[in-house]
Design a protein around this ligand. Structure first.
Ligand SMILES: NC(=O)c1ccc[n+]([C@@H]2O[C@H](COP(=O)([O-])OP(=O)(O)OC[C@H]3O[C@@H](n4cnc5c(N)ncnc54)[C@H](OP(=O)(O)O)[C@@H]3O)[C@@H](O)[C@H]2O)c1
Length: 229
């Protein structure tokens, strides 16, 4: 995005006419944590969910929500948005076909829509070691390929990218502290709450560069990791 466009977005925010942050995969475990935190931080979010029942639940919590399916029509969800968080995934209980349709093609279509609309910033929840699919266990290789290709499409796009690559997700409470390199012998876990806090922090300032950040539980305060935008 050009400097002039960023200034215009900033100006809109100063006038209180803030554009929304679209969260794709909002009903997921990270998505729900992120949306609640974003609401508490008074960020202007819109949750994209898959059905009316989910939409009503978000709205009851005071979070604007729209229904959209990455395998179908969802472009209406981007109206009035200037930032996008993608934390959707087809999950381990579906087959490789859904990995292609949701994790890969759903992400690619989302990125293309952002380019068409001049959206400023895209935060992708990817996966640790997505850059080396052949080093994953055989059952995970197609998933890593999907993540890698989606990340590459984003980095090559005209949208500024923050690619977060968390390790193995846990439901432990967030510590507010992470590390960004997977040194041998230190484990590969990261709590979903820490990932949600990283998404929030990544959105706090307009990004200046594309960033790819590995994420594991660690000792560095999350704000420090994202301080450079
Ligand atoms: N598990 C791990 O250890 C691990 C490690 C690194 C990265 N990741 C990645 O981290 C991300 C988030 O993880 P999580 O634990 O929050 O996942 P999750 O709870 O499974 O959430 C995924 C979300 O994606 C939504 N979704 C699935 N298909 C969709 C479609 N066609 N259209 C729109 N939304 C769709 C789901 O909707 P419903 O709620 O309606 O089902 C769900 O809300 C995923 O991309 C995952 O691949 C996972």
């Amino acid at each position: 995005m050009m400097q002039r466009e960023f200034e215009s977005v900033t100006h809109e925010r100063e006038r209180g006419n803030m554009s929304k942050i679209l969260t794709i995969g909002a009903n997921g475990q990270i998505g729900r944590l992120f949306c609640q935190k974003a609401k508490n931080a008074e960020l202007p979010i819109r949750a994209m969910v898959r059905n009316e029942e989910q939409r009503a639940r978000f709205e009851a919590q005071g979070i604007e929500a729209v229904v959209g399916d990455l395998e179908g029509d969802f472009f209406h969800a981007f109206d009035g948005c200037d930032r996008v968080v993608f934390t959707a995934g087809s999950g381990g209980s579906t087959g490789g076909d859904k990995t292609i349709l949701v994790d890969l093609y759903g992400a690619i279509r989302s990125i293309a829509e952002c380019e068409a609309r001049g959206i400023a910033h895209f935060v992708m929840v990817s996966a640790l070691r997505a850059e080396q699919p052949l080093e994953a266990v055989p059952a995970m290789r197609h998933y890593m390929v999907a993540k890698l290709l989606a990340d590459q499409r984003l980095i090559e796009s005209s949208v500024l990218a923050t690619v977060l690559r968390p390790g193995r997700l846990t439901d432990a409470p967030g510590s507010g502290r992470v590390r960004t390199s997977a040194a041998a012998g230190e484990g590969f876990d990261i709590s979903r709450e820490n990932v949600a806090d990283c998404v929030l922090e990544a959105l706090r300032q307009p990004p200046k560069i594309n960033r790819v950040v590995d994420l594991l539980d660690g000792d560095t305060p999350i704000a420090e990791v994202f301080a450079q935008g």
